[in-house]
Design a protein around this ligand. Sequence first.
Ligand code: SF4
Length: 342
Amino acid sequence: MIEAEATPETRKRVLLAKPRGYCAGVDRAVQTVEEALKLYGAPIYVRKQIVHNKHVVSTLEQQGAIFVEENEEVPEGATVIFSAHGVAPEVYVQAKERSLRAIDATCPLVTKVHHEARRFAADDYDILLIGHEGHEEVIGTAGEAPAHIQLVDGPDSVDQVTVRDPSKVVWLSQTTLSVDETMETVARLKQRLPLLQSPPSDDICYATSNRQHVVKQIAADCDVVIVVGSRNSSNSIRLVEVAVDAGARAGYLVDYASEISDEWLAGATTVGLTSGASVPDELVMQVLDHLAERGFTDVAEVTTADERLTFSLPQELKRDMKAAAAARSVQAAALAASAGNG
Ligand code: SF4
């Protein structure tokens, strides 16, 4: 039998979204653990998953990181790293009480929201924090001013909001929400509270919005959109929702290529591919290989933004790295001098 040559219409293709994967905050948090392991040696304790990605966590575990839920599980005097999602102030206090060497890998864009919460609470505002109940970031931000903050978990929670003074209310948000759903929540809040103030700058971070934006551009052309990311990763789950809302026939979240079912691809000619902000690109490349083995060999990268932001490592770690480098050069100079004398 002679097989018909694939025409442009039947050729199986992948639309690869860019930006995708690691954001500046995740890159910094992962590097913080890696550098701390090099500097202080294993084990290094990390409170909560450093970033919400199964592969990253297991890779760091193999290098000597121990992930714990609370400071109490860390031996007194040991080193603990706080995750990219941020912590409530009481967590720093607990660490001090246990004489832990605490390194804060909170993303600076989460820290910015903490500052806003503190500032508006100090001015006696009621703060409506839009976010997902139980998410670590929300727990950390709410912990900055528990008496002033109430959680609004999506548009359907708006009716439960009560405020003391409708002229002194501001909304803030988790950094990894759906941009569209958050705007819907805000619109509904404004119907009830017309004087509601907005945050001084966007709380949903650049990485979350950029990844959603490019998915919206490709979704309508895709039979299936595959998002590489873990089930506890808020921004990855949002990407699946955004893809389906924007016209993809189906959207799936996978940690690894091996989780992709051939049934998802049956009859598909265009697959969209992206990844959450905590996903190393090697996992996306493995999905591309998996798709190529199934005939999706034509890959077009669709780019809607150029991301160049980087964050420097936490001050406390940089200080110790600098001190260790200085000690090494003193030692090297001493060795050189004694070799010269000999
Ligand atoms: S997703 Fe945004 S807020 Fe979260 S770590 Fe990345 S840059 Fe920071």
